[in-house]
Design a protein around this ligand. Structure first.
Ligand code: RB5
Length: 149
């Protein structure tokens, strides 16, 4: 993706500081960032934040999305319920690169209670710097899309 890519970022209360750090990091790289909160650490519900970010990606308002919750799992599950979303949880850079290259993932989810800040930022970089390869992978992604119909 190019540095003009629009990125939407959201989380639950598990680690709003990590989300803000990721937002600043991505903005520093030249991406257009929309951080849709939440802005306080008050206990909240990850499904609504995953859905809100996913709807922005699905509608084309954002090109890619980044999510954070405790494990990355719950908010990923909510995002993947929105038609057109392909979101994966990553705790390593290889997977983050591959979900772009092979699965055309349009959202990345991170577990703030699983990985540290340094690895989280490396994973974000790996995700954003990889592009979908198409070809046989396109056939498979089309098969995923067909399940939604
Ligand atoms: C919140 O305590 C926690 O359950 C949530 O952040 C996430 O890990 C859910 O998948």
């Amino acid at each position: 993706m190019t540095s003009r890519t629009r990125i939407v970022i959201s989380s639950d209360h598990a680690d709003i500081e990590l989300r803000k750090t990721i937002a600043a990091h991505v903005a520093d790289k030249g991406y257009e960032v929309e951080d849709i909160g939440p802005m306080t650490s008050e206990s909240t519900h990850y499904p609504k934040h995953g859905e809100a970010a996913a709807r922005k990606v699905a509608s084309g308002e954002a090109d890619l999305g980044i999510l954070v919750c405790g494990t990355g799992q719950g908010i990923m599950m909510a995002a993947n319920k929105v038609k057109g979303i392909r979101c994966g949880v990553c705790s390593d850079t290889f997977s983050a690169r591959m979900i772009r290259q092979h699965n055309d993932a349009n959202m990345l989810s991170l577990g703030a209670r699983v990985i540290g800040e340094g690895l989280a930022l490396d994973i974000v970089d790996a995700f954003l710097s990889a592009d979908f390869e198409g070809g046989r992978h396109g056939t498979r992604v089309d098969m995923i899309k067909a399940i939604e119909e």
